[in-house]
Ligand binder design. Structure first.
Ligand code: C2E
Ligand code: MG
Ligand code: MG
Length: 690
């Protein structure tokens, strides 16, 4: 039957007192009604009469139908149960003793609720509203046909079919109305809207099931075999409802994790916002993005990535409070809609709970994987908020959160400023050539043992004509995303080699290290182009070092490795930058076989104060030397760190203590004065005095 039952999916725990009073009221009415019918009818019916055999058969079919419900997805994404028992319940009600119909339907619903683990009051309410529903339907039928309410059996004739159908309609209205009212009281929704949703979801099925009821009643009077034939279309109804439910489920859920998908999430957010407008409170939308997921997928394989996503789905769902919706929007992006809730604190607490659950490592195939998530939250503080604006704001907050990995950020209007600025910068970057104000600075690297300057690192700078200097951390990711990094990297290599050439002419014969981005390594033309630039400037290939970070390669390892191999065949050197911050350092080194390792400045800068950092620096130096690589420590900010690095055998150092990155002009002055110092230091004391 297309039954309405008070199910958890559509019922929230709001205004519990009113709902409880209502539910208890329905139960009391039903108990009294059933008591009266039972007392007056049980003794008057000859329960062993053969006339009742078909009634027992209908009762059996009713129970069977009730215990095998089909879940039907509603248009709003919730589920309803459809069971074919409606037809048999109505047929029994029309043709048999009312007390039998009430008893069997009551027991069947109670059994089905017990199997479904439903809460006791909810189950009692469900049984009670069925008793009232059946009694009302019988009353309408009796009023229209003149049959007695408590007649033991009623023979249905063809001129009573209309009355039977009206009784069926009464059944639908009372049954769905009683539940709709409970949902309306509990969730603060309009009862009419709930009934409208029911009609849309189950309307056609209900018409078929109700329409078949008089046929079943008449067939049962005629012969058991014919009744069997009536059951056939019901099997069809049950199957097609099941298939439709499955289709709708697939359309609204993510296949990998079983979570809601974007469409369902939007529907839930729309519904939560409508409720918030009706009953108050606010809605929270949370967007989650896993840190390092791409690395896991690329290095450990997609099956591990999939297992990780399923585990994340499980953890987030476990944190989810009643009535919240967790969705996977694609890739490693998840979302949660919560509300209406009275306080923003509840949304923040949920985010903190999810964030801390996701920090616990996941073990897949015996590999311990450290994950973590950045979370952006948007709250509907005003009545204007729509699902679109909330998702957009959560996305802006997520961007902020990602900048401090593993963080939770609540949207604030000042973030819009950043977004506007970001968009403006992207527009400036996206033009042909390099953007106005683009340039390079150079930072020297010295040999630890001798103090000799051996290499320069070229670093990009962008002094925006309107916004002033923009941090590389801001403009480089933007340039990578919009493709502008290609032109900028080309310019960086060309200009740095030109600078190297000029410095050589001025008497400083050095090497140059240039950072290359992932985009550049996807370009198969790069090796040819680098060879041409080197030839044009007459710079020997081994004077050029390309610095790549681990994450650079992970994007498309095979292609990037191919390009790198060709570059190395030219004689260009390779350095792994920011070593120690990436995901799988050792396997990466094996594939890449670089010349230099640059220990990340985050370990170097605090190595004297933090023992762990020192251990990392020391073991990296040992590892690199074991593999025959040169070690460069970046981020050396004081003489003590320089001294310690020299003790540890680090080959080269770079950092503010030696020199900050500077323009070519300043660099030339710096190199000249350093050379003069070196010369002076090398001269005998007397000569210096004279
Ligand atoms: P990186 O390649 O690791 O560059 C070293 C960064 O450390 C530079 O920051 C430099 O100014 C800074 N640094 C140097 N010595 C010290 C020190 O003693 N203490 C501290 N705290 N920092 C120091 P910068 O110039 O802001 O560059 C940041 C990042 O931007 C670079 O990190 C690199 O990943 C990227 N980048 C810079 N230029 C380019 C480029 O031409 N192409 C690409 N793809 N990325 C670049
Ligand atoms: Mg670098
Ligand atoms: Mg670095």
């Amino acid at each position: 039957m297309s039954t309405a039952t008070a199910d958890g999916a559509s019922v929230r725990r709001r205004r519990p007192a009113v709902v409880t009073v209502y539910a208890v009221g329905i139960v009391v009415c039903a108990v009294v009604l059933f008591g009266v019918v039972a007392v007056r009818q049980i003794s008057t019916v000859d329960w062993g009469s053969p006339d009742l055999l078909t009634c027992y058969l209908l009762a059996g079919l009713l129970v069977l139908g009730e215990l095998r419900p089909v879940h039907v997805a509603r248009a709003d994404g919730d589920t309803d149960q459809v069971t074919v028992s409606t037809t048999f319940a109505l047929a029994l009600l029309l043709s048999g003793p009312l007390v039998l119909a009430l008893l069997v339907q009551g027991v069947a619903v109670a059994a089905s609720d017990a199997l479904g683990g439903r809460q006791r009051l909810r189950a009692a309410f469900n049984v009670a509203q069925y008793i009232l529903t059946l009694a009302s339907a019988r009353a309408v039928f009796c009023l229209m046909t003149g049959a007695g309410m408590l007649d033991p059996t009623t023979t249905i004739t063809s001129d009573q079919v209309v009355a039977a159908l009206v009784a069926g309609a009464t059944f639908f209205v009372v049954n769905n109305g009683a539940v709709a009212l409970a949902v309306a009281l509990q969730a603060g929704r309009s009862a009419l809207a709930v009934i409208e949703g029911d009609l849309r979801a189950q309307g056609l099925t209900t018409v078929i099931l109700i329409g078949l009821a008089p046929v079943a009643a008449m067939a049962s009077q005629y012969s058991v075999l014919v009744l069997g034939l009536v059951a056939l279309p019901l099997v069809g109804v049950q199957r097609s409802a099941g298939i439709a439910a499955q289709r709708q489920y697939e359309a609204l859920h993510d296949g990998l994790t079983g979570l809601a998908n974007r469409t369902l999430l939007r529907m839930r957010a729309d519904r939560a916002l409508t409720q918030a407008r009706e009953v108050g409170g606010l809605v929270g939308v949370m967007l989650l993005d896993l840190d390092h997921f791409k690395d896991v997928n690329d290095t450990l394989g997609h099956h591990v990535g999939d297992a990780l996503l399923r585990e994340v789905a499980r953890r987030v769902s476990a944190c989810q409070p009643d009535g919240a919706t967790v969705a996977r929007l694609g890739g490693d992006e998840f979302a949660v809609v919560i509300g209406p809730v009275p306080e923003p604190e509840q949304v923040r607490e949920l985010a903190a709970r999810i964030s801390s659950r996701l920090r616990e490592p996941v073990v897949v195939d015996d590999v311990r994987i450290g994950i973590g998530a950045s979370i952006g939250i948007a709250l509907s503080n005003d009545h204007e908020a729509t699902t679109d604006t909330l998702l957009q704001r959560a996305d802006i907050a997520l961007y902020q959160a990602k900048n401090n990995r593993g963080d939770v950020q609540v949207y604030s209007p000042e973030y819009d400023q950043n977004t506007v600025m970001r968009l403006a910068l992207v527009a400036d970057l996206a033009g042909d050539g390099v953007p106005e104000g683009f340039g390079l600075v150079f930072q020297p690297q010295i040999e630890t043992a001798t103090g000799r300057v051996v290499c320069l690192e070229a670093l990009m700078r962008w002094r925006h004509p309107v916004h002033g200097p923009i941090e590389p951390e801001v403009f480089i990711p933007l340039a990578e995303n919009c493709g502008a990094i290609r032109n900028m990297s080309h310019r960086a290599v060309e200009e740095s080699l030109r600078a190297l050439d000029r410095l050589r002419v001025a008497g400083h014969d050095l090497s140059m290290a240039v950072n290359v981005s992932v985009r550049l390594l996807q370009d198969l033309e790069v090796p040819t182009w680098v060879r041409e630039v080197l030839a044009e400037r007459s710079v020997p290939a081994e004077r050029l070092t390309l610095e790549v970070t681990e994450s650079t390669l992970l994007a498309d390892p095979r292609r990037a490795l191919g390009v790198l191999r060709e570059l190395r065949e030219l004689g260009v050197r390779l350095a792994v930058d920011d070593f120690g911050t990436g995901y799988s350092s050792l396997s990466y080194l094996q594939q890449l076989r670089p010349d230099d390792l640059k220990v990340d400045k985050s370990f170097v800068t605090h190595m004297l104060a933090d023992e762990n950092d020192e251990v990392i620096v020391r073991s990296t130096i040992e590892l690199a030397h074991g593999l025959g690589l040169t070690v460069v420590a970046e981020g050396v900010e004081d003489p003590a760190t320089l001294g310690r690095l020299a003790d540890l055998g680090c080959d080269r150092v770079q950092g503010f203590h030696i020199a900050r990155p500077m323009s070519e002009e300043s660099l030339l002055t710096w190199l000249d004065s350093r050379r003069a110092g070196e010369v002076a230091a090398a001269l005998p004391r007397q000569e210096v005095r004279s």
